[in-house]
Write a protein that binds this ligand. Sequence first.
Ligand SMILES: Cc1ncc(C[n+]2csc(CCOP(=O)(O)OP(=O)(O)O)c2C)c(N)n1
Ligand SMILES: [Mg+2]
Length: 625
Amino acid sequence: MTTTRLTVGQAVVRFLAAQTSERDGAEHRLIEGCFGIFGHGNLAGLGQALLEAELCQPGALPYHQARNEQAMVHIASGFARMRNRMSTLACTSSVGPGATNMVTGAALATVNRLPVLLLPSDVFATRVADPVLQQLERFGDRDMSVNDAFRPVSRFFDRVQRAEQLPDALLGAMRVLTDPADTGAATICLPQDVQTEARDWPDELFEPRVWHVARPVPDPAAITRAAETLRSARRPLLVAGGGVIYSEATGALRRFAELTGIPVAETQAGKGSLTYDHPQAVGAVGVTGATAANALARAADVVIGVGTRWSDFTTASRTAFAADGVRFVNCNIAAFDAAKHSGVAVVADARSALEGLGQALEGWSVDPSYRAEALALSTAWDRIVEHAYSLGNAPLPAQSEVIGAVNAVSGPRDVIVCAAGSLPGDLHKLWRTRDPKAYHVEYGYSCMGYEIAGGLGVKMAAPDRDVIVLVGDGSYLMMAQELVTAVQEGVKVTVVLVQNHGFASIGSLSDSVGSERFGTSLRFRNPATGRLDGDVVPVDLVANAASLGLVAVRATTVGELTDALVAARAETGPVLVQIETDPSLEAPSSGSWWDVPVAEVSELPPTERARTAYDAAKAHQRRYW
Ligand SMILES: Cc1ncc(C[n+]2csc(CCOP(=O)(O)OP(=O)(O)O)c2C)c(N)n1
Ligand SMILES: [Mg+2]
C-alpha cells in the first residue's frame, strides 16, 4: 500500500477533487469548488491546502471568496439546485461566528433537499489552550461547541476529532450528498489543530470515485395500488413538485399527462415541470395558486403528488383538497414524503414512477369533458394573468406589471431567481415558465437574502444562461453584499430591485390578521407619536449598488424598466435596475387560505374581526388521515 503524507486539510482538498457523480451515464464533478472566508480556525489548515492546490494542482478545487458565510452556503444551494443536485460546492469557515453564520444556509439547503458540503472549523480537539478566541464554553458539557447547532439542520453531521476519522467522515458525507432521498447539508466540523496535523494516507483514498445516483424503480405492487386508485378517479389532479425537475422527469410527466389527460398543477419548486402553455398545465396550486389549479384541487377525488413534500403553501394549510373522501397517491424518492396524507405510497424516482404508472394505466384516460373543463379554467386564468401584466397603473406600476415586463423581455432559457416577500407568490401565480430550469424560487425556507447569493450560484452553475434576480427592498437590505462577489468574479447577474419601502408582503398579511401592518414599513420614528410612522426613510439602493461596482439604473416606468433590461444584455458585469411599485395593488387572488393563527383575545377591533374570520376559515381545514 502506497501512502502520501498530507495534512488533514490537504487530504480533504485532494479527496474532494477526485469525486464524481453519475446518473444516466453522464458524469459530473461532484464538488466543483470551495467558497471560504478565512480566520484563525481555517487559514492554516484548509486555507493552506486550497492555496497549495491552486499553485500546484490548478483546477483541482478552485477557491472562491465571499462576503458572508451564510451567503456562501446560499451560493452553493443555488448552484446545486441549478445542477439538479448532481454537483455542488463546498464552504469553509473559521470557528465561532463564521461557522454559525452558515447555520441558516444549512437549514435552507436541508429544507429544500439540496446537497451542500459545509466544513466549519472547530475549536482545538486537544483543548490545550482553551478557551480559544470565539470558543463558547458550556460548563458541564465539554464536548460541545457552537458547531453542534448544525446538527438539527444538517442531514449529515460529523466532527473529526482525530485525523484517522477523516475518511469515514468524507465518505459518509459524499453518500448523503448523492442520495436524493436523504440529501441536504452535509457538515464536517474540522477542529483547527486537526486540520493542520499530518498523516500518511493510503493513496487509494484519493483515487477517482464515482457516486452513482440511482433511479429507484417502484415496487410493482405499489404501482398496482396507485393505478387502481387512479382508474377509480373521475377528477384526478397531478401536483408536480421539485422532484420532477431534479429527476429530469419533465418529459416523462408530459407523456403521462398527455396519455391520461390528467391536469398538472405545480408547486413552487415544481414550477416549470410543464411549459405554462401546455394544454394540461393548470398552473400554480395552493396559497399562491392560480384559480384554475385551485378549482380543480377543490373538487379532485384523487390527487397524485410527484416529488412534492406537501408544504402548507401547496395544500393551502390542508384546505385545498376539499372533496369528501379525497385520496392521495404520492410518488416520491423519500419514503418520508411518500407516506404523507395517508397516500398510496410509491417510493421511487419521479421519472421511474411516472413511466411505471403510465404503463399500468395504458388505455385509461379521464373523461373528455374533464379535459375540456381544465382547459377552460386555465384559459380563463391566462386572461387574468394578461390583465395583471398590463394594468397601466400610474404613477407607480403594480408589481404584476413588473413581472409581465421581465417575462416579456427575458428569453425562454433565462433563469429568474427569488426567495422571499411578495414576489415569490406573485411569480408563482403569474410567471409564464418556458423551460424547466428557468424558474428558481427558493420557497422551502423562503429566506430573505437568498436572492442575490442564490442567483450568483445559479449563474456559476449555468454560465450559458442569463440570470435575473428579482428582489424586494427588504431582502436587498438583508443581504446584498454578494454583489461585490459577483463584481469580483465577473459573474453577470441582472438584479431587478422592487422598491416599495418595506415589507409589503408581511404588511398585507399583518393587515389580514388584524395586526395593522405593525412594523412592516421603513419609516422614521415620529417624535409626535413616538412610533415608527414618520416619513419614509429615503435609502438610495441604486447608489448603494453603484458604490459596490454595479451598473445601477433607476427605472420609473415599466417602459424604462424594459429599456434598462434590454440595455443590460450588453453588459458583461452585474447590473441592477430598481423600480418603485405601488404595494396597494396586489396580484389576482388565489381564492385560498393560509393558516396564520390570530390572537384569540384582543382589545383591538381589527384583531377581533380577523379572529372571527380565522375561526370560520379554520373550520374547513382537513386532516387527510
Ligand atoms: C431571513 C428572513 N427573515 C424574515 C422573514 C419574514 N419575511 C418574509 S417576507 C418579509 C419582507 C420582505 O420584504 P421585501 O423584500 O421588501 O419584499 P416585499 O414584501 O416588500 O415584497 C419578511 C420580513 C423571512 N422570510 N426571512
Ligand atoms: Mg419591499
